[in-house]
Write a protein that binds this ligand. Structure first.
Ligand SMILES: [Zn+2]
Length: 418
């Protein structure tokens, strides 16, 4: 397939290029390329799809079901009681519902940590999006539960091995919900199978204070004492970090997924992004679940990230850095060839109407992408060389029936605790 005549964002610049795609992968970029299966992309700005590097997709069903609360009471009083009754069907419809929002707002790949991952895997297959998935595990010191959860992780890992667009990671929820022995077993499994580990880390001040009280060490120091931190560790949040924590994370090569809107909404704080970038640490961007955001919209998340760090100075996190974190930063953290439009990378891209008011005037297209882009300007979305959104219509699933079914499940769930 040949994408002809678009203005392509590649290597940090917008250039008129044709894109040659074969087997879902970008083969070459050039001018005057010819082919049989041609898509006329004149009038479009073509950018890599967003990579939402930390989310809990099915929590879309719980959007609005527990707002304006701090993290620990939000979890204890609302979210955990609701999650206790989640079924496979809830997670299937919740996943489809979340994917609708992601594709329509330009996300082509996400990193999910949740339950009933068979259901999420099915939704990924049916919608055409790309995903890294993680079965979230918690043992709270219960050895039997730890073994059951390890077996379940291994089962889903095996299931994902033959999937073209799905990869698997280990998912210990957090240092405060997983025992030391369990964390060690999880890491051993991940290293033995060459897969990554995805964990919540230093999200709230309370988490850090509790750990310091219990073990006289920060959560980062604790994980490092278990030799848990390495370049295959993806840490979500990293809000409350000491200078020593930052040095440790940098020296171990872990990546951090910044989730600014969720951290703001749950009053958790603001991650020290400029300091993390200076360390240097690889940074990706995530929305977290829609129950704490309350959306999965990476356009909004990217803008929020670019804005909140300007409290430290107007030149912090410029638009090009913000866009890079939201795309190639995610690809790098997940270890997938996504987030860049360059030969050898997956053909995951977003076609933006260059004439839409939010993209005009065109003094700085990168500024427009970060500070003014509206989702209606996203006309088409391609994943793995296939159009999954065409003229703002999902091509593989029916949006209206997904919203209807997802809301039936959402209402039934919330009724259970009210
Ligand atoms: Zn999370």
């Amino acid at each position: 397939m040949l994408i002809q005549g678009g203005l392509v964002y590649t290597n940090g610049a917008f250039v008129k290029r044709d894109i040659e795609i074969e087997g879902g992968v970008i083969r070459s970029l050039g001018t005057g390329l010819e082919g049989n299966d041609v898509f006329d992309a004149r009038g479009f700005v073509i950018v890599p799809g967003f990579v939402n590097a930390h989310t809990h997709l099915s929590m879309s069903l719980l959007r609005g079901a527990g707002d304006d609360m701090p993290l620990h009471s939000w979890l204890n009083d609302r979210i955990w009681p609701l999650e206790a009754s989640l079924s496979y069907d809830d997670c299937y419809w919740g996943s489809l519902f979340g994917i609708v929002e992601m594709l329509k707002t330009g996300t082509t790949c996400f990193n999910d940590m949740y339950f009933h991952m068979d259901a999420t895997t099915r939704a990924v297959r049916e919608t055409g999006i790309r995903a890294a998935i993680t079965h979230a595990v918690i043992d709270l010191g219960d050895e039997k539960k730890a073994q059951t959860e390890l077996q379940e992780s291994s089962r889903i890992h095996r299931m994902c091995r033959d999937e073209k667009r799905i990869s698997y990671m280990m998912g210990p929820h957090a240092p405060y919900t997983c025992s030391e022995a369990f964390l060690l077993q999880i890491k051993e499994y991940a290293r033995a199978h060459g897969i990554k580990t995805h964990i919540h880390l230093s999200e709230t001040r309370k988490e850090v204070e509790d750990m310091e009280q219990e073990r006289s060490v920060t959560p980062v120091g604790y994980l490092d004492s278990l030799s848990f931190l390495d370049e295959d560790t993806i840490c979500a949040h990293g809000v409350h970090l000491t200078p020593e924590d930052i040095k440790l994370i940098s020296s171990r090569g872990c990546s951090i997924v910044h989730c600014p809107q969720s951290n703001l909404k749950l009053s958790s704080g603001i991650a020290p992004l400029p300091q993390l970038l200076d360390a240097p640490i690889d940074i990706a961007l995530g929305t977290d679940g829609a129950a704490s955001n309350n959306s999965l919209n990476m356009i909004q998340e990217t803008k929020c990230m670019a804005l909140i760090h300007k409290l430290q100075g107007a030149t912090e996190v410029p638009a090009s850095t913000a866009f890079s974190i939201a795309t190639r930063g995610g690809g790098k953290a997940l270890g997938l060839p996504v987030g860049e439009l360059t030969p050898g990378y997956n053909a995951d891209m977003v076609f933006i109407d260059a004439s839409h008011f939010s993209m005009r005037p065109s003094h700085s297209l990168i500024s427009n992408l970060v500070y003014s882009l509206q989702e209606e300007a996203i006309r088409h979305v391609m994943v793995d060389g296939t159009f999954v959104l065409r003229d703002r219509e999902l091509t593989m699933v029916d949006e209206t029936s997904i919203i209807e079914k997802a809301c039936e499940h959402a209402n039934a769930l919330v009724e259970l605790i009210e």
